[in-house]
Design a protein around this ligand. Sequence first.
Ligand code: SAM
Length: 250
Amino acid sequence: MKIDVVTIFPETVQGLLREGVVRRAIDRDLVEVQIHDLRDYSDDRHRSVDDVPYGGGPGMVLKCEPLFRAISAIEDSVGLPEAVVLMSPQGKRFAHPDAQRLSRLSHFVVLCGRYEGVDERVRESIVTEELSIGDYVLTGGELPALVIIDAVARLVPGVVGNARSVESESFVRGLLDFPQYTRPAEARALRVPETLLSGHHKEISRWRKREAVRRTLNRRPDLLAQASLDDEERAILQELLTERAKGAGV
Ligand code: SAM
């Protein structure tokens, strides 16, 4: 998979790609991230890429022409991308299905805005989708771009060593993940649940399913409407709802 990122802060993006799972994915050629400094596509000697907004008002706006030239350069060297994603607080809220969808592409571009945003003609002519990472405004699209790259890269086959760890995680099937414990079995008088120490695989599996369903019911009941539960999980949900209806804390 190839991801091109266009930004005025290439070092910021580069820095976080030097660590962890994404770094290993890049080292193993499973993911290739090419970072483009938008200023390289400026046409003036000050390398400026922003200007004042038409109509007046505070702040600056990223000009459309450097972004057009950046995209043309990417198309000339790598070919037509399958998606051009503009990071924007006004975009669709990024969620797990978007990460899955993007992880199946072989090449996409991420555009990072700054200042008051990007000249609207960029969205009108080259952007195929706008993604937001939440209902708040950051100073730039670099952190959102890294969020997207991280979430997408770990879904690319082979990036996370044990595929089961990706499959069981929160949101994959519409359930939050079950609680995790590691050694020691007791710390500050808090003991790991006995079932997990029992070595009894079937009981451990049922305990985990119950905890995942319970957590989702308590914290994110909205997810359950779309969740793909197996028969055992459906039965657990029913039990928990019955207990709750009887007034028992679940
Ligand atoms: N004036 C814009 C508005 O109110 O919608 C906000 C511009 S913001 C200060 C600058 C840039 O940061 C945006 O163009 C976008 O690329 C990025 N950005 C800020 N918040 C974001 C978010 N929640 N999700 C994705 N990108 C975001």
